[in-house]
Design a protein around this ligand. Sequence first.
Ligand code: ADP
Ligand code: MG
Length: 298
Amino acid sequence: IKNIEYTFLTEEGYEFPVEFSASAVLDAEGNASSFVIETKDITEHKIMERQLKQHSEHLEKLVEEKTRQLREAERLAAIGELAAMVGHDLRNPLMGIAGAIYYLKRNLDPAADEKTREMLNIIKECIEYSNKIVNDLLDYSGDMKLKLENTNPRKVIAEALSQIRIPNNITVINSVRAKPRIKIDVNKMKRVIVNVVRNAIDAMPNGGTLEIKSRSVDGEWKISFRDTGMGMPEEIKEKLGKPLFTTKAKGMGLGLAICKRIVKAHGGSISVKSSIGKGTLLTISIPINFRLKEERNV
Ligand code: ADP
Ligand code: MG
């Protein structure tokens, strides 16, 4: 018998693992004359074995996680490429249609019937909507070159809000302070704000309040958007900002992905707190003294 594992019990009631081997000692005629029995306390050995197992499990998890991250990065790159391609290819025909509609509307016989006019307007609206999608695709995939300007943040918010049609049952409060002045790409940041405010409005189909506030903490400028909308469950929160994730029939799911990209390019980040049925608090933080890499080198 060789290397069989046993658990021994001492008289005091302690258990300890041992390795047990027995072999027969043969005499000159080849008969077993006696046995040698060997037992070895393998407590240490067992502890080592357990630690090793834990280490290798940990390593396995790490490799798994890294592989997943890599695959996700590849997936995002592929989506980006596709978005750029579709965006570019659709832009020209859309511009062609828009031009043709403009021509038709201008030269429309004044006696033309109401229905024809209405149809032309519908085509025009559809083109505008398609253009928005194309712009989102290009924004998501394009180069992120920032044009930083020293700006009054309160004004930027007010200008962004003026681009949005706000339903009558929703109150928007702009409590953003004019100071400190921040260095941002004004047009890109406006896109972020428009996206976030639209999401908040979409989350309040029965009306509510959106409050926008700002403060600065530790060299960071923080702007928060608090809505009283439907909020979101944990599984949606986890997918937030992943491209093409949407819960809306007419949504594209690029809004927050674009926001994240733009904010990240400013050296900042976005965080979300939400509770179902109560509302959502989205906070954007960007460093007040942010400088682009090329500026730093000068
Ligand atoms: P889209 O608006 O096209 O759906 P977004 O990336 O802007 O894409 O948003 C993704 C999803 O996140 C939305 O479909 C919605 O489910 C959720 N979401 C975003 N903002 C809010 C909010 N303020 N309240 C509740 N849900 C939100
Ligand atoms: Mg959106």
